[in-house]
Design a protein around this ligand. Structure first.
Ligand code: URP
Ligand code: ZN
Ligand code: ZN
Length: 461
């Protein structure tokens, strides 16, 4: 297949060029590549040719709060592809007493036969025994060089500082990157009980139970423990300017501290919790949405390089039948919202067309740096000879309206309902196969592959 006359955009540059795909790989990027006889041609004149999006933070089929997130690995990856994402990294979460091997096997079983794009896993560790420390090495060798530890969700996923320290020490030895959910779960627990005792049960009190200081403290603590262990750290779903300051300061000291934010924390604010008729529940996620001033701080964090990636934390629960499990009390609302399908449209429109950053920076945030951080580069995350042919043809001249009526996410609301995207995902190619074109999904269930990722190395970033 040859993609003709598009503007090939990488994190470094934009070049008018043709792209030849042979099998699953990019065979050539250059001027005037002539199609051989019978070779399909895609006309990309006036359009961008981008590396497929890499979303390093999703939760398909996640058991949470007495229910399970609404997208499985089929609907969730169809939605991802429709939004220009060709790789996801999901979280395999260790159950009580479960080995890491069994944890990973359980998640591989959920994804196998369903995923339509390539996928990897981070393993979320809940307890740190001698045998888990030993197993971490084989998990890395098996292609999952990243782990998540939660400093929140007391009594569920939360780990203590000793566990955290041991994880960092081990990660340093075996070439892994520890991802941190940074909120102080003990303080959240105290605040939650106090609010409930005062009869404050509505969704908006979810935000009051997890203020920015709680996120900043945990962010600073994780960074400090990582530095003490001499290990890198990646803060997931960063939301608050005070937490951002902790990352910025660590990076200024030369520490290997990295962080992502998500579109919801850039575009939405805590006013959403005031939506009537329990509507605020749609935005109950952890950490919560913040007042508007934090949105702008996060945009600046992206511009200045203090934040290196934009992922989604896609974790959808239906408003009817799932979010309403918490009608009586905000702490019973399943945490999370949909987003795997909307990340590129939102970030392109708000980031590039509003002049906040270049289209190259956009590519860097949604694809290239995530690939580098999580051991996928250069097979994924760029458009160059020998890379996987994971390509998005993006039309900057067409608008597209985000809506639950048309999205592929299997959830009954879209947090960005009516948002007008100034540009649209036109065609999506995954390992040389057109999986999305002209608004239709064309790929087969199960065509997505488990990706064996390379160990972490700060030199690659
Ligand atoms: O509210 C959220 N973020 N739900 C998903 C689980 C997590 O903490 O990432
Ligand atoms: Zn989290
Ligand atoms: Zn998450």
């Amino acid at each position: 297949m040859v993609i003709k006359d598009g503007l090939v955009v990488t994190a470094q540059d934009s070049t008018k060029a043709d792209v030849r795909i042979e099998g699953e790989k990019i065979a050539a990027v250059g001027q005037s590549i002539s199609p051989q006889s019978g070779e399909p041609v895609i006309d990309a004149r006036g359009k961008y040719v981008l590396p497929g999006g890499i979303d390093v933070h999703t939760h398909m089929e996640l058991p949470f709060g007495g229910t399970v997130s609404a997208d499985d690995f089929h609907s969730g990856t169809v939605a991802a592809a429709a939004g220009g994402t060709t790789t996801i990294i999901d979280f395999a979460i260790q159950g009580k007493g479960q080995s890491l091997r069994d944890t990973l096997d359980a998640w591989k079983k959920k994804a196998g036969g369903k995923a339509v794009i390539d996928y990897g896993f981070h393993v979320a560790i809940g307890e740190m025994t001698e045998s888990i420390m030993n197993e971490m090495k084989s998990v890395v060798e098996g292609g999952c060089p990243s782990f998540k530890l939660f400093l929140a969700y007391k009594g569920l996923f939360q780990v203590d500082d000793g566990t955290l320290y041991k994880a960092f020490l081990r990660a340093k030895e075996i070439g892994a990157l520890i991802c941190i959910h940074a909120e102080n779960g003990d303080i959240v627990d105290v605040l939650t009980k106090k609010l409930l005792a005062e009869g404050k049960t509505e969704p908006k009190y979810h935000a009051a139970s997890r203020p920015p200081a709680v996120e900043a403290e945990a962010t600073g603590r994780a960074i400090a423990i990582a530095a003490f262990a001499g290990a890198p750290v990646y803060i997931v779903h960063l939301t608050a300017k005070e937490a951002l300051a902790k990352v910025r300061e660590a990076r200024a000291r030369g520490e290997a501290a990295y962080a992502e934010t998500c579109p919801q924390y850039l575009l939405l604010s805590s006013e959403r919790y005031d939506e009537p008729n329990f509507g605020g529940a749609k935005y109950v996620m952890s950490p919560p949405l913040r007042p508007k001033e934090h949105n702008e701080a996060l945009w600046q964090g992206l511009q200045k390089g203090d934040l290196q990636a934009v992922s989604t934390d896609h974790c959808p629960f239906n408003f009817k039948g799932q979010k309403d499990l918490g009608k009586a009390s905000f702490n019973l609302i399943p945490n999370g919202l949909p987003g795997v399908e909307t990340r590129l449209h939102l970030l392109y429109t708000e980031g590039v067309t509003k002049g906040r950053f270049s289209v190259n920076k956009f590519v860097d945030l949604v694809s290239t740096t995530p690939a580098k951080l999580f051991g996928l580069f250069p097979e994924k995350g760029t458009v160059q000879k020998e890379s996987d042919a994971d390509i998005v043809i993006f039309d900057p001249n067409k608008t597209f309206i985000l809506s639950a009526k048309t999205h592929h996410q299997k959830v009954d609301y879209n947090p960005y309902e009516g948002f007008v995207s100034k540009g649209t995902v036109d065609t999506v190619i995954s390992r040389g196969e057109v999986v999305f074109s002209d608004g239709s999904f064309l790929g087969k269930a199960g065509r997505g592959r488990f990706l064996k990722r390379k160990p972490f190395s700060a030199k690659n970033i």
